[in-house]
Ligand binder design. Structure first.
Ligand SMILES: Cc1ncc(C[n+]2csc(CCOP(=O)(O)OP(=O)(O)O)c2C)c(N)n1
Ligand code: SF4
Length: 283
């Protein structure tokens, strides 16, 4: 039986009060609820404050380049389909630098979970606007205010019929742990967009700002109704719905790959004769 202490205690370089602490607490709770030991999963990230999350959990981990966490995570999962794969990535990393990888991941539907730490700012590089920063918000590099319209990741994911789309809030760790657990148990690509206050560089979208607006979806909400999910996903303003917004059960990418039919590649015996033939032909 796994214990919460098994995931370790680490000193972080995050600012006191950062929303990332709530996310890490929820990740631990979600892993514990599934009885997943540190060696039984892989935690992947790119670059940024969010991407430091795997440094602060005892687990297998891999740091990719900025925006490149998802391709790495897909490769990990496809080479060992026995391993649950969790990704922590900032809104800049997931929706800016990694935007096209995000779209491809939604389409591919490899079985894994993306935790997008959405603080609506670039935290690590000290507060430039990210794709989710609100129009008009003044930052050090946008002194006249952001001119662009913000990217709505939840609406984009629902529009693409992503197989699992949830939104949660770093200030409500119980709700967040529930969403992470649901996402990890889901068969296919799961997005959990997490509203994560950056107390140092985003003075607009604070804990109080999110709390005033966040509303949990009602118990009778049907996440399989795509039209309702589109309307729900479009809401981001005076009201921000939290919960499992959309879900569609469909076969994950792994099930389409004939080479995986006999089990994980990582456990397959190496065919040295075939390897010799390849080397002879191409080297
Ligand atoms: C290709 C590339 N572009 C830019 C950078 C510089 N850079 C590093 S972290 C970062 C922003 C991180 O913001 P975000 O992904 O939102 O994560 P946060 O730090 O807010 O958690 C940037 C622009 C980089 N390392 N690589
Ligand atoms: S700069 Fe923002 S995101 Fe980074 S650790 Fe500090 S509060 Fe968190």
């Amino acid at each position: 039986m796994v214990k919460i202490e098994d995931y370790g205690e680490f000193t972080t370089s995050w600012c006191p009060g950062c929303g990332n602490f709530g996310i890490m607490q929820a990740v631990r709770q979600a892993l514990l609820a599934q009885d997943i030991a540190p060696h039984q999963f892989v935690y992947v990230s790119g670059i940024g404050q969010a991407a430091k999350a795997p440094h602060y959990l005892r687990s297998n981990m891999f740091n990719g380049l900025h925006g490149r966490a998802l391709p790495v995570a897909q490769a990990v999962r496809l080479s060992n389909t026995n391993l649950p794969v969790l990704v922590s990535s900032g809104d800049g990393c997931s929706y800016g630098e990694g935007g096209n990888h995000f779209l491809a991941a939604v389409r591919r539907n490899v079985n894994m979970t993306l935790l997008a730490h959405n603080n609506q700012i670039y935290g690590l590089t000290k507060g430039q606007a990210s794709p989710t920063t609100m129009t008009g918000q003044v930052t050090k590099t946008q002194p006249l205010g952001v001119a662009a319209t913000p990217f709505n990741p939840v609406a984009v994911a629902v529009a693409m019929k992503c197989s699992f789309v949830a939104r949660s809030f770093a200030g409500d760790t119980e709700h967040l742990a529930q969403m992470i657990e649901l996402a990890m148990r889901h068969e296919g690509f799961a997005l959990v967009d997490i509203l994560q206050p950056c107390v140092s560089f985003n003075k607009i979208n604070t804990y109080a700002w999110y709390k005033e607006r966040c509303v949990n979806l009602p118990d009778d909400y049907d996440p399989t109704d795509w039209s309702v999910a589109m309307q729900t996903a479009d809401k981001f303003g005076d009201e921000i719905p939290l919960g499992l917004i959309y879900k569609q059960d469909r076969p994950s990418y792994e099930t389409h790959i004939p080479q995986l039919a006999n089990g994980p590649l990582a456990q397959a015996a190496t065919d040295f004769d075939a390897l010799d033939r390849v080397l002879e032909k191409f080297v």
